[in-house]
Write a protein that binds this ligand. Sequence first.
Ligand code: NAG
Ligand code: NAG
Length: 280
Amino acid sequence: MKSFCVTLVLFLTCGLLADCGSVSNKEMLEVSRKLYMDDAGDRIVNYSINTTQNAQKFFTKVDEKKFQHFVYSNFFPLLENYNRETGIYETINYEKEEKIIRFLNTFINSKVGSRLYNFLQSKGIPGCSNKAEFKRTLKTKWFDLYRRSRKVLDSSGFEHVFVGEINSYTGKTIGFHNWVQYYSQQKAGNIKYLTHLEQCLENLHSLEFEWHNALKPCSGFAVGVSPAYDLAVFTLCHIAKPGKRCKVSYRNTDGNFKTAFVQTYTWRYTPHIASAYFLC
Ligand SMILES: *[C@@H]1O[C@H](CO)[C@@H](O)[C@H](O)[C@H]1NC(C)=O
Ligand SMILES: *[C@@H]1O[C@H](CO)[C@@H](O)[C@H](O)[C@H]1NC(C)=O
């Protein structure tokens, strides 16, 4: 009886006061369009790429001025936090934990992070009722470790999506859906660019490449957007449409917004993100 009443109260509260946990496609398109526009101050538009067959490098030029913005400068240190092989323990010591907190604070205070928080909070999404709780939710989703190889705590959503991993069984690159990581690994000489597969909308590209000699047959990412934008859109989709193809609004080459798709995966009945990326 008691649990029935609790359920009933929750149902009534959600039904009458807020549409808890349910976000319509129209709201998704609207908030994602605003997230794209909010990112304008941090987005890097001054870059050039080489999409010709047999090009040596994908990025031929990137204007790095904006790498000094906190959404980048507090992001780069996180790329060093992980061991890329699956099956090997990740150790998150105090220093690494500090980097994570610094990045999450930067994110929450960024334009896209604030917009995402305000939206989720207004929709009554569990885990988003105040900023401290929202930060814990983000940390759980992206940074809590889990056993991708089924053996040891060797992975997290952040590592998989933003850094990339090498599957120790297949020897292939998995995850790796972030342009900043691609560019910094290209600079470090760890990338062999194989093929430009496709361009969609304004700046979504899919490539075939090798990272530390481990093949990634197809990886799509948005070029130029800040890490805060990717984190916001992927989190939005994972919360509102978990484990699905999620419709978002994204700018096209003609300047108009069109529908794009983001795919997210949940790690085996946990709150953690297994993967998230733009479909191109
Ligand atoms: C783009 O970068 C080049 C240097 O690589 C610079 O000369 C140019 O002014 C930049 N353009 C913009 C719009 O920032
Ligand atoms: C793009 O790649 C082609 C093929 O390797 C090369 O000839 C060309 O110079 C490259 N363009 C730039 C801008 O680097």
